[in-house]
Design a protein around this ligand. Structure first.
Ligand SMILES: *[C@@H]1O[C@H](CO)[C@@H](O)[C@H](O)[C@H]1NC(C)=O
Ligand SMILES: *[C@@H]1O[C@H](CO)[C@@H](O)[C@H](O)[C@H]1NC(C)=O
Ligand SMILES: *[C@@H]1O[C@H](CO)[C@@H](O)[C@H](O)[C@H]1NC(C)=O
Length: 453
């Protein structure tokens, strides 16, 4: 999104961006007294079953290069909300935990591995088993070193954790750097990305990047420092999939200039852990028509979105009742777990949900809703309305209380951030093509296409 020029860094940094990703919000219903952010009982049970091999879907345990304590791993594996679009540096959630090193242990991040997609130029989208973060395996360099990369339609910078990175977050993850590839070229320019409440810095390098049967030569960041926010996620880096332009070509810029595809589009289908086997996937070049039914509807990306996948939201509803929330922008963001909107708009939405009550206020307003609510949350774009299942927009019961996953918190002024809670209910197609004409999207220039699943 907006570039924030940091005087002290500008002189030495070729790529300075304020992509504002990584917003580590842990909803109260996941927060234990000691500050750990765990999944509510239902999904926790699912995770336990997977670990003991009982559940039907496949989950693998991943061992990081440097072993870290069980408690810390637990915290990381579940407390991984992306802090994104937070332009306001004053608004910060306090880091919930100071990280203590407790010596060697053997625990690992839980990964629910996706099935291999049938369609060409596609990759499975893995997740953590609690619908909290979605990522894919991407191979880097001559040895095809696999790293888990967060798929992030909300940022354009791609970076990986580098071997000399000494932050606690890096120590718990796999890395990629000069020693891992005979084709790696270290650059001389540095990069720095300021996220909402954290940051990453390092040096730009270039090498091959393989994903979904594609292999591109690309420049990306090799992080030598990260803030602690990245400890909570299983990811080793971020694959930026937004349209935002900078001096370094993004993954989408590289894809377009490769001319590998007639249509520069990608489609995303996110799995819901409680549905069983993970069939989530990302498809490049063409949507996977087996993933959706119904009509295709186009919504042009807003020119106000500044390189983000942001589209005009026509209304928000509870079943057939509309909340009268009109003329707002919705940022479609695979890197954010939940749904965020300004507090007054959250209040307007929950006002039409029978029995909803404000549960906590402060940095983020949360609402409880009756656990037996079976009505969908709806979003209307143009004249098409999409439903979000109560499975997704209402949390599991914790001590008899269910929480709405629409949170009152302004991340982009006057706009909605529709994360995975929404995306699990649609097949989303992101059409990059028209961005060729300029450095940023103007209206009628790029499209996001959303299909009913
Ligand atoms: C990376 O950071 C470590 C300390 O955290 C430092 O010793 C090393 O020189 C740095 N490397 C680069 C390339 O900046
Ligand atoms: C980077 O993020 C950390 C943690 O959020 C913050 O304390 C620090 O001031 C940030 N550094 C810069 C240069 O913005
Ligand atoms: C690494 O980043 C953190 C958070 O941004 C900062 O506090 C720390 O000073 C940095 N460390 C180095 C070695 O630059």
């Amino acid at each position: 999104m907006k570039m924030r020029f940091l005087d002290t860094l500008l002189a030495v940094t070729s790529l300075v961006s304020c992509a504002s990703a990584f917003y580590p919000y842990c909803p109260p219903y996941r927060t234990l007294e000691d500050g750990q952010c765990i999944a509510p009982s239902d999904s926790l049970k699912a995770t336990r079953d997977e670990v003991s091999g009982i559940a039907s879907f496949k989950i693998s345990q991943r061992r990081p290069q440097v072993e870290i304590s069980h408690d810390e791993q637990m915290r990381r594996s579940v407390n991984r909300l992306i802090r994104k679009y937070d332009h306001s540096s004053q608004v910060r959630d306090v880091a919930r935990n100071s990280i203590e090193e407790r010596g060697a242990a053997t625990n690992t991040y839980a990964i629910q591995t996706a099935a291999t997609p049938a369609q060409t130029n596609s990759a499975g989208i893995d997740q953590d088993g609690t619908d909290f973060s979605y990522f894919a395996q991407v191979q880097f360099g001559s040895a095809d070193t696999p790293l888990y990369m967060l798929l992030d339609t909300g940022a354009s910078t791609t970076w990986v954790m580098g071997p000399s990175c000494g932050s606690a977050a890096c120590k718990g993850h796999n890395s990629f750097g000069p020693g891992d590839s005979t084709t790696f070229q270290m650059g001389t320019e540095s990069f720095y990305v300021a996220y909402g409440a954290g940051n990453v810095s390092g040096t730009l390098g270039s090498d091959s990047v393989s994903l979904a049967g594609m292999k591109f030569q690309m420049t990306f960041g090799i992080a030598n420092n990260t803030s602690s926010d990245f400890e909570y996620f299983p990811i080793d880096g971020i694959l930026g999939l937004s349209l935002d332009k900078s001096s370094t070509p993004s993954f989408l810029d590289t894809l377009v200039s490769s001319k590998a595809f007639k249509s520069n589009v990608f489609g995303i289908s996110l799995n819901r852990a409680s549905d069983g086997g993970n069939t989530g996937e990302i498809n490049f070049g063409a949507p996977d028509t087996s993933k959706f039914t119904g009509t295709l509807s186009y919504t042009p990306v807003s020119s106000n979105g500044a390189g983000d996948w942001a589209i005009p939201l026509a209304n928000v509803g509870f079943g057939s009742n509309q909340a009268g929330i009109t003329g707002k922008l919705a940022y479609i963001d695979t890197g954010t777990s939940f749904i965020f909107c300004p507090p007054d708009q959250a209040a307007a939405f929950y006002a039409i949900v029978p029995g909803a009550k404000i549960a906590s206020t402060g940095a983020t307003d949360t609402y409880s809703v009756p656990c037996d609510t079976t009505t969908a949350l709806t979003f209307t774009f143009g004249t098409t309305t999409y439903s979000v299942s109560p499975k997704d927009w209402i949390s599991s019961s914790v001590n008899g209380v269910c929480t709405g996953n629409v949170f009152g918190r302004t991340i982009v002024p006057d706009a909605w951030l529709l994360g995975d809670t929404f995306l699990k209910n649609v097949y989303a197609v992101f059409d990059v093509d028209q961005t060729r004409v300029g450095r940023s999207c103007s209206s009628n220039c790029c499209y996001i296409t959303l299909y009913y699943c």
